[in-house]
Design a protein around this ligand. Structure first.
Ligand SMILES: *Cc1c(COP(=O)(O)O)cnc(C)c1O
Length: 792
């Protein structure tokens, strides 16, 4: 229960002890810190109690190199059920909770969907009372902050800890040593509580920080060799210094390998030492108490590391150790993009992790013997073996060394089973499962869209749907209720006004809240095809210039995306869209009809303002390339129809909400497969009306890329190809005309306000499947065999 008196007492006490101030004297940041710490005090007992109860049962562990958490304060208040009470008390103290929330830096320890999925899973596991602990890295600098200068992306360091981190507790007593061939480092855990919604269960995110074993060499320091004295310290701290800002492209750096082994080894040592205290050397029990999920291949070195611990340190024979290992781990595949499949140069492993490499060699040799006995041909063996061409194939190691491999949407899992991992599916058919991704309804509606949340709670007569999203289905009966639909659209209008105001404030651009908000927000990648969206906008602009009286519903095209700093084309696309925005936004002839905004520094907290305000959800990846997507689900939950290809979870969104309520276009996987070898984008370029005109703006001087050659390079990627790919390998020109037609359908459909509202409503009412509560319960039942534990 929330006690107003205790809360105020805590705040006044902590502000004094931490800052030597009174509340009136405190800065916004100090207020944020103090309020957060007061909440930490309130939850600490339930946190300990949860740990105690969980220690008796089988638990799941999520190993992930990324957690894209966003802000904690508002979410924790919501989950505690204290949000309104705290807002009121603070109001009486002349503190505006919304303002304090805005002060908090995002915990941006992830790149995009994969890291955000990990964050949603933590929230759902706590809410569903599933004993799940997250393990990862406490990066000193998270995903870079993005600014635009002259339309170009500029990156800045994300110093997210500059004012401290009130939500974590350092646990020195649980520190462990991690060994590399070139030295040892200390791994120090920081624990963050993960609060469930309306439950006493509090789960844990344990992030490891790398530190030197010796703070600094005092002797060298004394001899005034300062640089030498801090060298060891820096070398150790480098390991957890920065998040690699690459999304889906593999990053083959020594430091990256060290990061992976660092957090995996620390996490396994942590588990093994606790296990031994309880069960001694009865290691056959290990899989009965631990289910470890490997989030993509980044933590797959856990497989040989557990083997090393069991065989080398605990003296267990290989076969028994292997059985324990396979029964402990499961692996989630997140992508089929070949450039994202992680492979490591054998030399790197030999240099940094020699013993781990030997173990991988042993695994490989035994695997080959197994396959030979099964009668596999030499050519197939070569394709499947873990080490080939001096590279270690982490995905192969992952499938072979785990009991379950899962894809993240039906379509994706089917592509894995029947195309990309066909050989593996034939070898281990019983190991493959699908777990369609999900999103937490707490952050993605209850927190970011309180108005819609209230309407739904009123209609259902309860707030229970926030932890049982399938109940939204009961709302479908209002789909023709004008009164309800009007209230629903009024909420959307208000959220659009709020977003417009925010964009005016932070981007200094005026947009019309009565226009259609057409939004594409996600990492910048060629396969996600922001460039296709840009071509359509430009085509619309040219048609408007030719025909100023053309009747269209006013539209605001909104983009948000970070490009990996070394991804040249992605950065070119950002510059190109910013050039289009400049042209269009400065042309008074079209400004009452279209505008283009590329928001800076798209991140979780910005996302929370964008999703509730959207009219159109752009999900236009090349069919077969987006494993699932989760942004698509956030739009749907907030009542936004999808304009998308038949890809990833879009397929399931349409199956749930109906194709008549969404706008599906473009080549499907089967067509892409059929045409990929003979596809000639020139045919479309020449024949599709208006297409040449827009594509040529990349080279005809319409836009200025600052002399970088970026735009010409984009042009060439579409029409000439490159050493590593054919022309237009993401089929933009193939899909352009279909996309334009779908956009015209949207323009038409939007005009009938009520029937548009009905589409939005039906989407929202059918989004129940996409709760990460459902996903996490499926993992718990079908992969981990872990059961809920309710803390009383
Ligand atoms: C949900 C989310 C993503 C993933 O978006 P997709 O459209 O699924 O790629 C990326 N970044 C942030 C900040 C998110 O909230």
């Amino acid at each position: 229960m929330f006690s107003k008196e205790r809360f105020i007492e805590s705040i006044n006490r902590i502000i004094k002890s931490d800052y030597g101030k009174t509340l009136d004297e405190a800065t916004e940041y100090e207020k944020y810190n103090v309020i957060s710490k007061a909440i930490m005090e309130m939850i600490i007992d339930n946190w300990s109690k949860t740990e105690e109860e969980y220690s008796k049962v089988k638990r799941a562990y999520y190993l992930s190199a990324e957690y894209l958490m966003g802000r904690a304060l508002g979410n924790n208040l919501l989950n505690l059920g204290f949000y309104d009470e705290v807002k009121e008390v603070l109001g009486q103290l002349n503190i505006d909770l919304n303002k304090i929330e805005e002060v908090e830096e995002d915990a941006g320890l992830g790149n995009g969907g994969l890291g955000r999925l990990a964050a949603c899973f933590l929230d759902s596991s706590a809410t569903m009372n599933i004993p799940l602990t997250g393990y990862g890295i406490r990066y000193r600098y998270g995903i870079f902050k993005q600014k635009f200068e002259n339309g170009f992306q500029v990156e800045e360091a994300d110093n997210w800890l500059k004012y401290g981190d009130p939500w974590s507790i350092r646990r020195d007593e649980d520190s462990v040593i991690v060994e590399f061939a070139d030295g040892k480092v200390k791994a120090v855990p920081y624990d963050t509580p993960i609060l469930g919604f309306k439950t006493k269960n509090i789960n844990k995110l344990r992030l490891w920080q790398a530190e030197p074993i010796k703070e600094f060499d005092f002797k060298l320091f004394n001899e005034q060799e300062y640089d030498e004295a801090v060298k060891e310290k820096n070398r150790a701290e480098d390991i957890s210094r920065v998040l690699y800002p690459n999304d889906s492209k593999r990053e083959g750096k020594i430091l990256r390998l060290k990061q992976q082994y660092f957090f995996v080894s620390a996490s396994l040592q942590d588990l093994i030492s606790k296990f031994k205290r309880k069960f001694g050397n009865k290691f056959d029990l290990f899989p009965k108490y631990h289910a470890i999920q490997l989030n993509d291949t980044h933590p797959v070195v856990a497989i040989p590391e557990l083997m090393r611990i069991l065989v080398d340190e605990e003296g267990i024979e290989w076969e028994r150790a292997w059985e324990i290992t396979v029964n402990t781990f499961a692996y989630t595949n997140h992508t089929i993009l070949s450039e994202a499949l992680e492979k490591w140069d054998v030399r790197l492993y030999k240099e940094i992790l020699p013993r781990i490499f030997e173990i991988i060699e042993d695994i490989d040799i035994r695997f080959i013997i197994e396959l030979k006995e099964k009668g596999y041909s030499i050519s197939k063996l070569k394709k499947m073996r873990i080490i080939s061409d001096n590279m270690i194939h982490m995905a192969w190691l992952a499938i072979h060394g785990t009991h379950t491999t899962n894809g993240v949407a039906e379509l994706h899992t089917n592509i894995l089973k029947h195309q990309e991992l066909k050989d593996w599916y034939e070898l281990y058919p019983e190991r493959f499962q699908n777990k369609t991704n999900g999103i937490t309804p707490r952050r993605w509606i209850a927190l970011c869209n309180k108005e819609l949340t209230e309407l739904i709670s009123e209609l259902l007569g309860t707030k229970d749907w926030i932890r049982d999203l399938s109940r939204l289905k009961e709302l479908e009966k209002y789909k023709d209720d004008e009164n309800i639909l009007n209230r629903f659209m009024q909420i959307k209008e208000n959220k659009k006004k709020e977003l417009a105001e925010y964009i005016r404030k932070v981007e200094d651009i005026q947009i019309n809240p009565n226009s259609i908000f057409d939004i594409q927000i996600k990492r910048l990648h060629e396969y996600k095809r922001q460039l296709l969206n840009a071509f359509h906008i430009l085509d619309l602009y040219f048609r408007l210039k030719e025909n100023p009286n053309m009747d269209i519903v006013p539209r605001t095209f909104i983009f948000g995306a970070k490009a990996a700093p070394g991804y040249y084309r992605a950065k070119g696309i950002i510059k190109y869209i910013n050039e289009i925005a400049k042209l269009i936004n400065n042309d008074p002839e079209v400004n009452d009809k279209i505008k283009v905004v590329f928001v800076q520094n798209y991140r979780v907290s910005y996302a929370e303002k964008l999703f509730p305000a959207a009219d159109v959800s752009e999900q236009i990846s090349t069919a077969g390339k987006e494993a699932s997507g989760t942004g698509n689900m956030k739009f749907m939950l907030n009542g936004t129809p999808t304009l998308g290809t038949y890809d990833g979870a879009n397929v399931e969104i349409v199956a749930e909400a109906g194709s008549e309520n969404n706008f599906i276009f473009g080549a499907r996987v089967e067509e892409i497969e059929r045409i990929k070898d003979t596809y000639d984008p020139k045919e479309y370029y020449e024949k599709v009306p208006g297409l040449k005109r827009v594509v040529d703006t990349l080279i005809d001087g319409t836009f200025d890329d600052g002399g970088t050659g970026m735009f010409e390079e984009l042009y060439n990627s579409l029409l000439k190809g490159a050493s590593w790919h054919k022309p237009d390998n993401y089929f933009l020109l193939r899909d352009f005309d279909d996309y334009r037609k779908a956009q015209q359908e949207i323009d038409k459909a939007y005009r009938d306000r009520l029937s548009w509202a009905k589409k939005c409503w039906i989407n929202m009412a059918n989004s129940g499947k996409f709760s990460s509560d459902r996903t996490i319960l499926d993992y718990a039942r079908e992969i981990w065999d872990v059961k809920p534990v309710v803390i009383k």
